[in-house]
Design a protein around this ligand. Structure first.
Ligand SMILES: *Cc1c(COP(=O)(O)O)cnc(C)c1O
Length: 458
C-alpha cells in the first residue's frame, strides 16, 4: 500500500489550507456520501485487490518503481482543483510548477536553456521529438538500435518516415560501424540513442555518436525514458558514464519521471535544446490563451488537455528530493545500481547460468546454459513460473540468436531466439533485500531437477 492513514490525514490537512485560498464566491454544496456512493467505492476497492505486489522488493518483473507519497499526495491535492496544464487559463498554479520542474530536469542534463514540457509518458514524448525532427528535415530517415523501444519503429510509421534498425554489439549497444554505413548513404536525418534500453538496460555510446555527428550532420535524439536519472550517479562502468556525460550535446532528450522519478503514471517529459523549435508547434486557438502573454504550455506541446496534477506531483517531489549528485535521490539510485551489481555477481557464481550482457544500470538479464536454444528457453520459463509460485516476480526477455551466440552457451540453434530471465532492480530496497532474494531464488533453483552447479549467496 503506497499511502497510510497518517499520510491521508496530512492530505486532509493540506486540502483545508488549499480551501482557505478559494476566495469569496458563495459556497456550493458538496456531493453527499450516499449509501450508493459508498457501495460503489467499496466494490472498487475489492476490484483493485487483484494486482501484483508492484511496490515490494520481491517484485522484479517490469520497470516499476513505486511513486513517493509526496508525489501521490501532491497529485491528489491538485486533483481537488482539477487544473488543466494546456494553458494558464485552465491551470495557473500548476503551469508555473511545470515550467519550474521541467527546468530542473533540463538542468540535470546540463542545459541552461531549453524548450520542454510534461506529457503522458515516454511514447508521446518520443513522438514529439521525432515529429519535430521530421518537420525540420523532411524526407530523411530515423535510425535507432534493434534494442531501442519498440515504439520508435511504430512512431516512424505513424510519421511516415523511413525507419532504419541498427544492429547491436554483444553488449546490446548500437553498432556504430553499421550506423556509419547508413550515414554515408545520406538517408538518415535523426539518430535515436537509447540511454538505458528497456530490455537489457544497455546504454548506447552517446559520446561516440556526438563525435560522429561532427562528421555527418544529423539530429541526435536521446531516449532516456528509463535511464535519464542515472546521469546523477558516478557508480557506473566508465563507458556508461561517458555516454551520460555527453547528454548535454543532444538535440532532444526524453525522460520519464514515472519510471525512475518517483511519479505515478502519466508523467513523461520531452526537452529540446534549441528553443526555436517552438515554431514547429505553431497554431492559433480561438478558445484559449486570454489570461497571459507568456507562452502557454499548450502552445509548445502536441497534446491539448493535460493533468496539472502531474506537474504538482513532480514539483513537490523535486522540492523534497532535489536532483543533486549528493542527495538522497541519487543515493537511492546508486543503491539500485549496487543491487544489480550484487545480483549479477551472484548469477555469475552459478554454472547453470550465464549473464547475457554485463549490466550497465539496474536491469539484469541472464539465461540457462543448455545444449539447444529451445531447452534453454524452456528452463527459463519453468524457473520463471516456479519463482512466481514462491512470490518472486521476475520477467522474461526474448534474445535474438545474434546477441547470445557469441557467448557460446548454446550448442545447437533449433530456435532463432532464446528466452532469458530478466530482473528489474528499480527499487532501492532491493539492496537490503538482496541476500533474502538470492536465498529464495536459490531454493527455487535447487528444486529444479534439471539444474546443476549451484553456489549460495555469501
Ligand atoms: C518505457 C520506455 C518508453 C515508453 O515510455 P512510456 O512511458 O511507457 O510510454 C520509451 N523508451 C524507453 C527506453 C523506455 O524504457
Amino acid at each position: 500500500m503506497l499511502l497510510d492513514d497518517e499520510q491521508i490525514a496530512l492530505l486532509a490537512h493540506c486540502r483545508r489550507i488549499l480551501a482557505d485560498g478559494a476566495g469569496s464566491l458563495p459556497p456550493l454544496n458538496a456531493e453527499p456520501v450516499t449509501l450508493e456512493l459508498r457501495n460503489v467505492l467499496e466494490r472498487t476497492a475489492v476490484r483493485l485487490q487483484d494486482n501484483f505486489p508492484y511496490g515490494h522488493p520481491f517484485y522484479l518483473g517490469q520497470m516499476l518503481r513505486p511513486p513517493h507519497p509526496v508525489a501521490l499526495l501532491a497529485a491528489m491535492l491538485a486533483m481537488t482543483v482539477n487544473p488543466n496544464n494546456h494553458a494558464y487559463d485552465g491551470g495557473r498554479a500548476t503551469s508555473k510548477m511545470e515550467v519550474d520542474a521541467v527546468s530542473r530536469l533540463a538542468e540535470m542534463f546540463g542545459w541552461k536553456k531549453h524548450l520542454g514540457h510534461l506529457c503522458s509518458g515516454g511514447t508521446v514524448a518520443n513522438f514529439e521529438a521525432l515529429w519535430v525532427a521530421r518537420e525540420l528535415a523532411s524526407g530523411m530517415g530515423i535510425a535507432a538500435s534493434e534494442q531501442a523501444h519498440y515504439t520508435h519503429a511504430r512512431l516512424s510509421r505513424v510519421l511516415q518516415v523511413p525507419f532504419y534498425e541498427v544492429p547491436c554489439d554483444t553488449q546490446g549497444r548500437m553498432n556504430l560501424a553499421v550506423l556509419e554505413d547508413l550515414l554515408q548513404n545520406n538517408r538518415i536525418g535523426t539518430v535515436v540513442a537509447t540511454l538505458g534500453t528497456t530490455g537489457l538496460g544497455a546504454v548506447d555510446p552517446l559520446d561516440e555518436l556526438v563525435r560522429l555527428r561532427s562528421r555527418y550532420s544529423f539530429r541526435l535524439h536521446v531516449d532516456a525514458a528509463y535511464g535519464g536519472y542515472f546521469t546523477l550517479i558516478d557508480e557506473l562502468p566508465s563507458r556508461t558514464r561517458n555516454a551520460f556525460q555527453a547528454l548535454s550535446a543532444a538535440d532532444s532528450i526524453v525522460v520519464d519521471p514515472h519510471k525512475h522519478g518517483l511519479q505515478p503514471y502519466g508523467c513523461g517529459c520531452v526537452l529540446f535544446q534549441d528553443r526555436s523549435v517552438a515554431s514547429v508547434y505553431h497554431h492559433s486557438s480561438p478558445y484559449t490563451y486570454f489570461t497571459s502573454e507568456d507562452l502557454h504550455l499548450g502552445e509548445i506541446s502536441l497534446e491539448c488537455s493535460r493533468a496539472g496534477a502531474a506537474a504538482a506531483a513532480l514539483w513537490a517531489t523535486l522540492e523534497l528530493f532535489p536532483l543533486t549528485r549528493t542527495g538522497r535521490f541519487a543515493a537511492d539510485l546508486a543503491n539500485c545500481r549496487q543491487a544489480a551489481v550484487q545480483f549479477a555477481d551472484w548469477i555469475r557464481r552459478h554454472q547453470a547460468w550465464q549473464l547475457v550482457v554485463e549490466p550497465e544500470l539496474d536491469i539484469v538479464v541472464w539465461m540457462f546454459r543448455s545444449k539447444t536454444s529451445s531447452t534453454a528457453s524452456r528452463a527459463a520459463r519453468r524457473f520463471f513460473e516456479k519463482a512466481e509460485r514462491e512470490s518472486l516476480h521476475l520477467a522474461l526477455f526474448k534474445a535474438d540468436r545474434s546477441l547470445v551466440e557469441p557467448l557460446d552457451t548454446i550448442e545447437t540453434w533449433d530456435d532463432e531466439t532464446v528466452t532469458c530471465l530478466r530482473a528489474c532492480l528499480l527499487k532501492p530496497e532491493h539492496l537490503e533485500w538482496m541476500p533474502e532474494l538470492c536465498r529464495r531464488l536459490q531454493a527455487v533453483l535447487e528444486n529444479d531437477s534439471d539444474s546443476s552447479g549451484i553456489t549460495t549467496f555469501p
